[in-house]
Write a protein of this length. Structure first.
Length: 267
């Protein structure tokens, strides 16, 4: 995949991984629409990137907003080549999570991807090319101690990316699924489980105890290297692959180990 000259949309790009992806894409010669629920943050990122970027504010779980992103990209730069479904939210803690918390996590972490693909894939299939990048999480391959909605929806995000690749890979459409562990973003500083400090502390401790916390820029570099190589599973923390292999090799042993890890975290 040659990034230079391509047109990309990056959601959740007002800060964190999304903003870093937008910067790296522009540095590689792409033109980018920066999207975020926080319109001011999206505009600030786009402005910092010059004439190669534009911004749109809005909730990307809303299909009308996604259509606006696509229309803006086409009007400013041309047909969309890459879509980075990067926007994501945390959720509630465990069984006490409300239906509203479950619904919000499903909307942003899963259905936003589905709706974007619904709008883009038919045109990409006709063109014979296109690239869809899902920002999931290591939680989508393993689990997230402390948050059921986050863990379940990130599993679903991985599942949708797999399905998309299997179903449309022979039509020239490439798919990547990004599954990092700890990244220095708002999610790691309280937004993973808003309103529940104890559950958030447990979830964050589980992440930071498992491996290094990377900067958004470090993650963006790994992601774009994976996209250039047209690699499906992109792991900014390479050790996740071995964890995933151990899980698959002996599921019961892995579950028992995770219970021990959780108990140790709780002290």
């Amino acid at each position: 995949m040659e990034i230079s000259g391509k047109v990309a949309i990056v959601t959740g790009a007002g800060a964190g991984i999304g903003a870093a992806l937008a910067r790296r894409l522009v540095e590689r010669g792409a033109r980018v629409v920066v999207a975020d629920l926080d319109a001011e943050s999206a505009a600030a990122v786009a402005q910092s990137l010059g004439t190669q970027a534009a911004s749109v504010g809005g909730d990307v779980s809303d299909e009308k907003v996604v259509q606006t992103l696509i229309d803006r990209a086409e009007a400013e730069f041309g047909p969309v080549d890459l879509y980075f479904a990067n926007a994501g939210i945390g959720g509630g803690p465990g069984l006490e999570s409300t239906d509203e918390q479950w619904s919000a996590a499903l909307e942003v972490n899963v259905l936003a991807h589905v709706r974007a693909a619904r709008l883009l894939v038919p045109g990409w299939s006709a063109r014979g090319e296109g690239y869809f990048v899902v920002t999931a999480s290591a939680a989508g391959l393993l689990t997230q101690i402390g948050s059921a909605p986050y863990s379940v929806t990130k599993h679903a995000a991985v599942g949708f990316a797999e399905w998309l690749s299997v179903t449309y890979g022979d039509s020239g459409i490439r798919v990547s699924c990004v599954c990092p562990m700890g990244v220095d973003t708002k999610l790691l500083h309280g937004d993973l489980i808003p309103g529940d400090e104890a559950a958030a502390a447990l979830a964050i401790k589980a992440v930071t105890a498992a491996g290094a916390v990377l900067s958004p820029e470090e993650v963006a570099d790994v992601v774009l290297a994976g996209v250039e190589a047209e690699q499906f599973l992109i792991l900014p923390h390479p050790e996740v692959l071995e964890m995933y292999r151990r899980k698959g090799a002996d599921y019961d042993r892995w579950l028992a180990g995770m219970r021990r890890f959780q108990s140790a975290l709780r002290g």
